[in-house]
Write a protein that binds this ligand. Structure first.
Ligand code: ATP
Length: 239
């Protein structure tokens, strides 16, 4: 039984000065479902996530998570509305131990048995983080840092998780591990919005995708249909 709310986005637009990076983007993510946004470098994927979170100025006609209107919510308060964010490039606190990084992810929660339970769940999902809990985050490999960034976001107990290129810079084996984590989170009922250049990973992790080109939606459909589309295969899967 899913308790995750739907995400609804209508007419999202981002300008940097005179440059339009995201143009009138509309999509929804049903509660408990996973939706992907694929596109080349510079297509507008990161801007889309940052704009949803209110980290950069944007225009948007509708932005709702379940019954909550998020248009007036500032970025700091998004976590209280159940939104977790895994930024591009991980941004872990390199000089702090792994466990401290995770605890910082729970900053909006009161530390109690519930948060302790979440920490146990994160260590269950990523055993390597438990083994390395006392190590400085900066000493972890790229893949381990990515897992830490996901774990840190999960510490806020999000109902919607936004992920910006979690596969970036990772070996194929580690990309498979990230896929397994995403599938597990999805099976647990978490709503996912996954932004990626890696179309193969995204099609496997999601039920629906948007293909974004120059800030606009070029194609949408089920991930199953898109992965067989000749144009997608040529441009995004290199087949
Ligand atoms: P990446 O794979 O590099 O993350 P992306 O698809 O996420 O790419 P964005 O980073 O959202 O793309 O960038 C979309 C467009 O906006 C690009 O043309 C980029 O050059 C431009 N852009 C991004 N950030 C800024 C900024 N701070 N100022 C001006 N232009 C920007």
């Amino acid at each position: 039984p899913t308790t995750s709310p739907d995400l609804t986005v209508e007419g999202l637009t981002v300008h940097y000065g005179g440059v339009c990076a995201v143009r009138d983007l509309s999509f929804s993510v049903p509660g408990g479902d996973a939706v992907g946004v694929i596109g080349a470098n510079g297509a507008g994927k990161t801007s889309t996530l940052k704009a949803l979170l209110g980290l950069i100025p944007r225009q948007v006609r509708a932005l709702r998570l379940g019954g909550a209107d998020l248009r007036g919510v500032n970025a700091r308060d998004m976590v209280r509305h159940g939104i977790g964010y895994v930024p591009e490039g991980r941004h872990v606190f390199a000089g702090l131990p792994v466990e401290k990084n995770l605890l910082l992810g729970a900053y909006a929660r009161t530390w109690n048995t519930e948060t302790r339970k979440t920490l146990t769940e994160v260590y269950d999902l990523f055993p390597v983080l438990g083994e390395m809990r006392g190590r400085l985050a900066g000493a972890l490999s790229g893949g381990q840092q990515q897992m830490l960034a996901i774990g840190r976001a999960l510490m806020s107990k999000p109902r919607l998780l936004l992920l910006d290129e979690p596969s970036m810079g990772l070996s194929p084996k580690l990309v498979e591990e990230i896929l397994a984590v995403l599938l597990r989170l999805r099976a647990e009922g978490l709503t996912l919005l996954l932004v990626e250049q890696n179309a193969k990973l995204t099609f496997e992790a999601t039920s629906h995708c948007l293909v974004v080109e120059n800030g606009s939606v070029a194609m949408t459909g089920t991930s199953e249909r898109l992965r067989h589309d000749p144009r997608v295969r040529r441009i995004y899967l290199g087949l």
